[in-house]
Every structure is written in C-alpha cells, then in structure tokens.
Design a protein around this ligand. Sequence first.
Ligand SMILES: [Cu+2]
Length: 279
Amino acid sequence: MNWMTEFLAKMMPMDASAHGPTLDRLNAYVHVLMLILFVFWGGYFLYVLWRFRAKNNPTSSYEGMRSHWSTSVEAGVAVIEVVLLIGFSIPAWKLWTSQPGKETNPLVIHMVAEQFAWNIHYPGPDGKFGRRDVSLVNATNPLGLDPSDPDGKDDVAALNELHVELNRPVIVHITSKDVIHSFFLPVMRVKQDAIPGMDVPIHFTPVKGNNGQQWDVACAQLCGLGHYRMRGMLFVDTKAEFDDWMASMAPVPEEPVPTPDANPVPEATPQNPPATTTG
Ligand SMILES: [Cu+2]
C-alpha cells in the first residue's frame, strides 16, 4: 500500500503532525479500495455491454435472473459494512475524541472565528481563561474579554497568528462569532467546523517546525465575500521561541501598580463605620 501513500503524498501538503501518517495511510487504503472497485465495475460494465449486445439478443428476456446468489452478495456487503463501522470507524472516532491527558501538559487554546479573521485566546501564565461575553465584543476587544475578571488579566489575544510548541500536544476549542467557518491546518491534518454557539475541541501534536516555510491557518468553509482573505499563519516554535513570543504579547497592565498611599483611607472599625451612601 506504500506506493499509493507515496503517490498521494506528491499531491498533499507536507505532514507535520503526530497523527498525520495514520490518517494518510487510511486515505491511501480508501484510494486503493476505490481503484479496485473502479477497475472491477468498469470491467463488469464492458462485459455486460458485450454479453447482452443487441445482435445476439434480438428479443428481451422477461424472466430475468432466477438464482439467489445476489442475495448472498448483498448480505456479504452488509457484513463488510458492519466490520468497517465497528472495527474501524468507532475506534477511530474514539481516538479522535479522547483528548491528551493532563500529564502530557497540553497547550489549551480557544479559537474564535469571525468574518474574516481568526481570534486566538491564550490563557496566559496562570493557565486560566478569562470570561468572555459577546456583549463586550467591540473593535478593540474582538474576543469580548471581561476586564473585571481576574483570570483574564494575563490572557493573550492574538489575531491570525497561531503559535504552538514543537512536540507539545495542543487542544483547540473552536467556535465562531457569526457564521459557520472551518478551521483548517493542512500540514497538521486538522479540519473542524467552527459553529456559533458551540465549543468543539480538537487536538494534535506538531512534530516538525516551520523551518522557514509558511504554514496556513485556512478557512475551509465558504463563509462570505471576504472568505478568500480569512487566512492566518501557523508557527511551530521551540519552547524558548514560544515563551519569547508569549512574553512579547503579554498585556500591559491597565492600572498603575499601587504605591503606598500618603493619605490612607481609615480602616472600618465599629467606632468608625465605613461610609455608606443613603438614598
Ligand atoms: Cu471563514
């Protein structure tokens, strides 16, 4: 089956993910199966054209076929379908839906698609995502981050620039703000629809770095007039590069660091209750 894998590889983008070879092999199996079916059914079609040609069969047969072998063939096809479903599809689905465990220290990212850009939300050094609220979305806050949430103070928001670490599993939670988009990383063999109101986690592990190549974050769903320019860049960094980039993106603290107050507010005591407003 290697010849088919190699043949298809000439037409595919390179693979830089841990799970890619398995997927490419499955793709090759499907192509070989289709080739066998194509040759068999094409040959059968030509045989039937010749066997039942009008010259040798001037009158129609009104009896048709009387044997029952086709019933056995159909039963055989059904059995093969069941084997494919239970033996291949369900285990493959299980593999795809089980996320990398905590012990693998996965990088967790939220990806929010919009017309026509990718907003990427990193949790920052505390590892906790700040709250997002759609009512807070504006031109300067495309993710709708809640400034009052302490978990969000160190969060990093990137636009069209997806940085991940080499050999570190990545979990991307994918959603959309407007229409259905499709998050597509050709070199990582990843494609998942971004659906408004849904959070769909996908995962992959990059095992190769860019090495000077430009890798796309593409939208694989025709999502509007600007679909063609909905393009991000994928960077697979070393740990040091990733940390440097994260530091360069760290948000500037909004409030100045509090200094010892020259005029401290008196502490509330039973003799000195805190000021209250009366209405
Ligand atoms: Cu799109």
